[in-house]
Design a protein around this ligand. Structure first.
Ligand SMILES: Nc1ncnc2c1ncn2[C@@H]1O[C@H](COP(=O)(O)OP(=O)(O)O)[C@@H](O)[C@H]1O
Ligand SMILES: [Mg+2]
Length: 244
């Protein structure tokens, strides 16, 4: 990969009907860097992640994943780029009718030509990383909220993604469980050098895991920088959202 940045948004705008959700948003995230996206609800944080995953197309601007301009890609080529990204969404992480093991095996069987042994090895490795090695035969309903989040993270890691996109990792979790998830994200960033974009409301976690914050306000990127710098930002909404 010749590009230093894992993900770059340049002048991205997106409307739904009359409603403009994102207006000329630009930022990049590099390898081994975590950007936390902050903003009130409805400001386009989840839409930003969906644009990066090419689940939505921007009306203007471009989005690069490494050296690929994804707004120009389709079909096979898009799938190939998508596979370099792992995502952990707020809900719907696991199929209820499949065991944890089978939830992880499914994408590997469907999207790769890996052998049965290779697949088992990957499953054991990622479950070890999220400390669920002993739970692989459990059904999702047998897992606590925190375990389900960790399972979702394990699934995001099966393809060893260069980039991790995470939507509200701490929502619905208590403080201690949330900070365990933060530990796992921090570990991925530091040990594997993954690039991360984490949408969060949890300032405590954001300050631990995030190197920089991107603050969205009414669809615009109102602030971008290190938390200690944004605390002195001229925009009051930015100062408030970073807890200054
Ligand atoms: N697929 C869609 N169709 C129409 N409107 C959408 C769609 N996805 C999101 N929106 C609207 O875009 C705005 C931003 O949504 P979202 O990014 O989910 O907010 P948040 O910052 O809380 O994650 C909201 O007003 C939402 O209703
Ligand atoms: Mg959201």
């Amino acid at each position: 990969m010749s590009s230093e940045n894992s993900v770059t948004l340049h002048g991205v705008s997106k409307s739904f009907g009359e409603k403009q959700v994102l207006d000329n948003v630009s930022f990049s995230v590099g390898r081994g860097e975590a950007i936390c996206v902050l903003g009130r609800s409805g400001t386009g944080k989840s839409v930003t992640l969906k644009l990066i995953l090419a689940l939505l197309k921007p009306d203007a601007g471009n989005i690069r994943i490494g050296d690929d301009e994804i707004t120009q890609l389709e079909g096979q080529e898009l799938s190939r780029v998508r596979r370099r990204m792992g995502f952990l969404f707020q809900s719907g992480a696991l199929f209820d009718s499949l065991s944890l093991h089978d939830n992880l095996a499914l994408p590997l069987r469907r999207l790769t030509k890996k052998s049965k042994d290779e697949i088992e090895e990957i499953i054991d490795r990622v479950l070890g990383q999220v400390e669920l090695a002993g739970d692989k035969h459990k059904m999702p309903r047998e897992l606590s909220g925190g375990m389900q989040k960790r399972a979702g993270l394990a699934r995001a890691l099966v393809f060893e993604p260069e980039t991790l996109l995470v939507d509200e990792p701490s929502s619905g979790l208590d403080r201690i469980t949330a900070s365990e998830i933060d530990d796992l994200l921090l570990d991925q960033k530091v040990r594997r050098g993954s690039a991360m974009i984490i949408v969060t409301h949890d300032l405590h976690g954001a300050r631990r895991v995030g190197d920089r914050f991107a603050v969205l306000d009414k669809g615009r990127l109102a602030g971008l920088g290190r938390p200690q710098d944004l605390e002195k930002h001229e925009n009051e909404t930015v100062r408030r959202l970073v807890g200054g």
